[in-house]
Design a protein around this ligand. Structure first.
Ligand code: DOR
Ligand code: ZN
Length: 336
């Protein structure tokens, strides 16, 4: 049995920089036609020169693969319309992090005062630049995302023409918010479709499944599955594949992030098959919806997957992937 995906897009990807970029970029660039590249480097990508230079380093790292890095900028309330106009053609979106909420987000936003954010968000709205948001408060870890829904509602109401993407949603509360506001969209990772908190911490602690936002309850996963499997038009695949060196994960003080880039498509193929979801819904989730929401024309890439057991390597140049050393049901057959 085999299935074909056209121009898969990963609308939330961490490619890092330097040696890590050189080591892992091809794992995405080989099977995906393009990806939205997160800006949380040290220091974060926040000027036109930094965006252009980072894109060049990514292009150098991917070699001859057919792949478009869709660049993002790290949101700052100080961005004005003149600056955003000058950078518009270099970026696909701007990513907003609450200050200190996750890896390298110290320079993010605190308070979420609409008037403070208005100049930048109004300019983005007028220029048609989407806002991607890491939606977690500083509250109790299991409630952070649900608590953030009221902030999404505030932003969606105050800026009704701004495209707002709730990144890597993990809760039923976020799924429900999608249908209440025309301008709210979401990405969902493959790991949050597969695991709950039980898989992370219910038995022996699994550092390679630890990420932010943390996996939640079965009913939350069910709500995510429902919209992903039906190819809900406001939902896109975004892996949030976030590589950290093995020693930073298998340590006292484990870094947050699941490295799924090399197994994401195979796991999605297996999941959609197991749940008897039509292939066209997977195609919408993996590419069609993102093309429409972000107005993208991705490079042509045809990925054929086959139902043939794949032994996930124990690591990719020092980075441990999800399901390392386990067998998964689908393999990549060809990429053209
Ligand atoms: O688990 C995560 N890792 N969540 C994020 O939001 C950031 C990411 C990273 O950059 O490592
Ligand atoms: Zn991320």
């Amino acid at each position: 049995m085999s299935l074909t995906l056209l121009s898969p897009l990963d609308m939330h990807l961490h490619l890092r920089d330097g040696e890590m970029l050189a080591n892992i970029a091809k794992e995405s660039a080989h099977t995906f036609s393009g990806a939205l590249i997160m800006p949380n480097l040290v220091p974060p990508v926040s000027t036109k020169e930094e965006v252009i230079a980072y894109k060049q380093r990514i292009m150098a790292a991917i070699g001859h693969e057919t792949f478009t890095p869709y660049m993002t900028l790290f949101f700052k309330p100080s961005y004005d319309k003149a600056f955003l106009t000058s950078i518009k053609d270099e970026i696909t979106a701007i990513k907003l992090y609450p200050a200190g909420i996750t890896t390298n987000s110290e320079g993010g936003v605190s308070g979420f005062d609409v008037e403070e954010l208005r100049p930048a968000l109004e300019a983005m709205s007028e220029l048609g630049i989407p806002l991607c948001v890491h939606g977690e408060t500083g509250g109790f870890v299991m409630d952070r995302e649900a608590e953030f829904v009221s902030i999404y509602e505030k932003l969606a109401t105050a800026f009704p023409k701004l495209v707002i993407i709730m990144e890597h949603i993990t809760t039923k509360a976020s799924v429900e918010a999608l249908d209440r506001f025309e301008n709210l969209y979401a990405t969902i990772t493959v790991h949050h479709l597969l695991i709950t908190l039980d898989d992370v911490a219910g038995g022996m602690l699994k550092p390679h499944l630890f990420c932010k936002p943390i996996a939640k309850r079965p009913e939350d996963r069910d709500a995510l599955l429902e919209v992903a499997l039906k190819g809900h038009p406001k939902v896109m695949f975004g892996s949030d594949s976030a590589p950290h060196p093995k020693h930073a994960k298998e340590s006292c003080g484990c870094a947050a992030g699941v490295f799924t880039a090399p197994v994401a498509l195979q796991l999605l193929a297996e999941l959609f098959e197991n749940k008897l979801a039509p292939l066209e819904n997977l195609q919408a989730f993996i590419s069609g919806n993102a093309q429409r929401i972000y107005k993208l024309k991705p490079l042509a890439k045809t990925v054929m997957l086959e139902k043939k057991s794949f032994h996930v390597p124990s690591d990719y140049r020092g980075v441990v992937p999800m399901y390392a050393d386990e067998q998964i049901a689908y393999s990549i057959k060809t990429v053209e």
